[in-house]
Design a protein around this ligand. Structure first.
Ligand code: PMP
Length: 346
């Protein structure tokens, strides 16, 4: 890996971050807080939240078995994705490389930040080759984006290729594990110490059932985490979110049960989809959704909309012609979808 300084935008490396009132006074012993121009009434919402989310990181650290200094928390993992561009990529000079198809926000953030986005098409098994991704890089490539299990294809990327890429690339490799809880593959969190150039993204939006609270996690070396913390908005994770996340962390067993149920439901749904006359090909999934190639994705999508059932039409996405992406719902929701699909006459 190149020295972190040479991978970081010079203005960010030398940035003196904003220091908030709650950054400057961290002690809990005081009882009179007249430092942050808050309103003394309307407790507890009158107070700014902890800018570094200490309590939440301490709890997360226990569950994820990663020291708190290796954790960044943001307003969804989308915030972390955007901050990675802003921290490491010089507009109109640097570039990033990503697999294609994959999660759309990598490209949107690249475009917003005026960074060249280089796509490398997956193969027919939706896998990538480390050599091909490396061949797309040059001296201005700062980040490579991988997503495993990948969205919208649903499959885990080959671990051997991910490791090969991480070992051979001298920039940073982002492994987005938003759906890893639904997969049998171990998380790359276990490899954080081994690979100083890896950034693992996870989220409360999927297995944790908390898309509404907007809480995403980035795990990386403390040096990388410090850079993200330096450029984030001071109070990027609001108090209600921190509180709700703490509560979810204390109900860890419930999340495991949801994941188990959703994986079983995925199996049932896939088995039934395989029998449908309009199914052309089902793709194996390691996530809480699956991709299915159908006879006419546009027609079936509209047909389902008319029945009040919304799936994702991925017809116009690379390698996903005539594909629908189906999220696994409750047993009742899945049965309603299947019933509608069985009645479809194309
Ligand atoms: N990564 C992937 C692969 C996703 O599919 C999504 C959301 N669909 C996200 C990240 C964003 O997650 P968050 O809600 O944490 O911003």
């Amino acid at each position: 890996m190149k020295p972190l300084q040479s991978l970081t935008r010079p203005n960010i490396w030398k940035l003196k971050p904003y220091s908030s009132a709650r950054d400057e006074y961290k002690g809990a012993a005081a009882s009179v807080f007249l430092d942050a121009n808050e309103n003394p009434y309307n407790m507890p919402h009158n107070r700014y939240p902890d800018p570094m989310q200490h309590d939440l990181k301490a709890e997360l650290s226990k569950i994820k078995k990663v020291p708190a200094e290796n954790i960044f928390l943001g307003n969804g993992s989308d915030e972390a994705i955007d901050l990675l561009f802003r921290a490491f990529c010089e507009p109109r000079v640097d570039n990033v490389v990503a697999i294609d198809p994959t999660y759309g926000m990598y490209q949107v953030c690249a475009d917003v930040n005026d960074i060249e986005y280089r796509k490398v098409l997956l193969d027919e098994h939706f896998q990538f080759s480390a050599d091909q991704l490396l061949a797309a890089t040059d001296e201005h490539t700062k980040l490579i984006f991988l997503c495993s299990p990948n969205n919208p294809t649903g499959n885990d990327l080959l671990r051997s290729e991910i490791e090969k890429l991480v070992r051979s690339f001298d920039g940073l490799v982002v492994v987005d594990e938003a759906y890893n809880d639904f997969s049998e593959a171990p998380s790359f969190l276990e490899e954080l110490e081994k690979y100083p150039n890896i950034i693992v993204l996870q989220t409360f939006s999927k297995a944790w059932g908390c898309a509404a609270i907007r809480l995403g996690m980035a795990f990386a070396s403390p040096e990388i985490i410090d850079i993200l913390n330096k450029i984030k908005y001071p109070y990027n994770v609001n108090r209600l979110t921190q509180k709700q996340a703490m509560e979810m962390l204390s109900r860890y067993y419930e999340i495991e049960r949801w994941v188990k149920t959703l994986k079983e439901e995925r199996g049932l749904l896939e088995a039934e989809f395989a029998k449908l006359p309009c199914t052309v090909r089902l793709f194996p999934s390691d996530a809480n959704f699956f991709l299915v190639c159908v006879t006419d994705a546009v027609a079936i999508y509209s047909y389902l909309v008319k029945k009040g059932i919304i799936v994702r039409n991925r017809h116009s996405v690379s390698l996903c012609g005539n594909c629908l992406r189906v999220t696994v719902g409750t047993r009742l929701e899945n049965e309603m979808l299947l019933e509608a699909m069985r009645e479809y006459r194309g």
